[in-house]
Design a protein around this ligand. Structure first.
Ligand code: FMN
Length: 355
């Protein structure tokens, strides 16, 4: 049995294409369209409260009978570090002054919450067929709860060590996330950026190291890229950036414009927006303060202080303080339906001529 067939049977999908969960730029509409087209649609839940999560999952269940994925972050919330917070606000003070913002009025709050008991309870009622995690896996008891209704579990690995760890701790599918990928690095056993590999260096090493199916992610934007990943042993592909211009995405106008401009050719990993490295299109904030900064508070606490700058700049039509998440390969971004994008990515199956 080919690796792709194994993945397709495990997840119950017709095409070995997974639409990457992308918090902040898509909801149920994208997941429904992709699942109905034969891929695996994903709902990012990292920024959803319980009510929104329930209604989004119910919307998916009402509009597709096909499998879908719900995605969570599983970081540990850091303690507040007052001196670091002060240093961060001090670094941002020139921008507050420029935009006339009073930093004392900045709302604090974590922004992105990890998977917890309440989410597990809700899911055990709704029983999504696939659950994926970023930043490792939840605690063994929470993971057991997820597996209790038969959900298949996926998680991202950015190194061979992380892939082995995920397999040892119960992941059914491993997403090998290469350095090209847009959005947050899923890294969880190391903080060293020098440990991070490109997709086609990481993928074959992960395939050789684990027995579970491996999905390739990062910089794969068309059927040829999918075919190349399959040739290196991938059982499927998880693509994110390619879907960002689809009408089902909620990508902002500013973000869409940036993706279609020359600026999209220059992305970098930055921790300025959340506290963890994530890949986005380089903008003024990243150029002036980073792209990486030792001052940014730990994930996800960096977000709050940047939020008013982002809001002010966006209100004036500027993406200079917005996280313009994108991978290194925007060449596949098209203003086509998510179904058409899924079929185009899936056209590289054996026996199908992609040209
Ligand atoms: C805008 C954006 C948001 C993302 N948000 C998430 C997320 O919420 N959860 C997650 O597991 N991965 C997230 N990712 C990372 C993807 O899962 C995946 O690794 C990446 O999109 C693959 O690389 P590509 O963007 O080059 O296709 C995000 C990626 C992008 C581009």
């Amino acid at each position: 049995m080919s690796a792709a067939t194994r993945l397709q049977e495990l997840l119950g999908i017709a095409l070995p294409i997974i639409q990457a969960p992308m918090a902040g730029v898509q909801g149920s509409a994208m997941a429904i369209a992709v699942s109905n087209a034969g891929g695996l649609g994903s709902l990012p839940c990292a920024m959803l409260g319980p009510e929104a999560m329930r209604s989004e999952i119910e919307a998916i269940q009402a509009q597709t009978t096909r499998p879908f994925n719900v995605n969570f972050f599983c970081h540990t919330l850091p303690a507040n570090d007052a001196p670091r917070q002060r240093a961060w606000l001090h670094a941002l003070q020139p921008y507050y002054t420029e935009w006339g913002i009073d930093p004392a009025r900045i709302a604090s709050g974590p922004g992105r919450l990890p998977f917890d008991g309440a989410a597990a309870e809700l899911l055990s009622v709704l029983k999504p067929p696939v659950v994926s995690f970023h930043f490792g896996l939840p605690t063994p008891d929470l993971l057991a709860q997820v597996k209790a209704w038969g959900a298949k579990v996926m998680s991202s690995a950015t190194t061979v060590e992380e892939a082995r760890w995920l397999e040892d701790h119960g992941a059914d599918v491993i997403i090998a996330q290469g350095l090209e990928a847009g959005g947050h690095r899923g890294m969880f056993l190391t903080e060293a950026l020098t440990s991070q590999l490109g997709t086609f260096a990481l993928l074959p090493q992960v395939v050789a190291a684990v027995k579970v199916p491996v999905v390739a992610a990062g910089g794969i934007a068309d059927a040829h890229g999918v075919a190349a990943a399959m040739a290196l042993g991938a059982a499927g592909v998880q693509a994110g950036t390619a879907y960002l211009l689809c009408p089902e995405a909620t990508t902002s106008t500013l973000h869409r414009q940036a993706l279609q401009s020359d600026a999209a050719r220059h992305t970098a990993l930055t921790n300025l927006f959340t506290g963890r490295p994530a890949r986005g299109i380089v903008n003024r904030f990243m150029r002036e303060q980073g792209p990486m900064s030792g001052l940014a508070p730990a994930f996800p606490l960096a977000t709050a202080a940047v939020a008013p700058l982002r809001a002010q700049a966006e209100a004036m039509g500027s993406g200079d303080f917005s996280p313009l998440w994108a991978g290194q390969n925007v060449s596949g971004c098209r203003e086509v339906s998510a179904a058409a994008m899924t079929r185009a990515l899936g056209a590289a199956q054996p026996g199908v001529n992609v040209r």
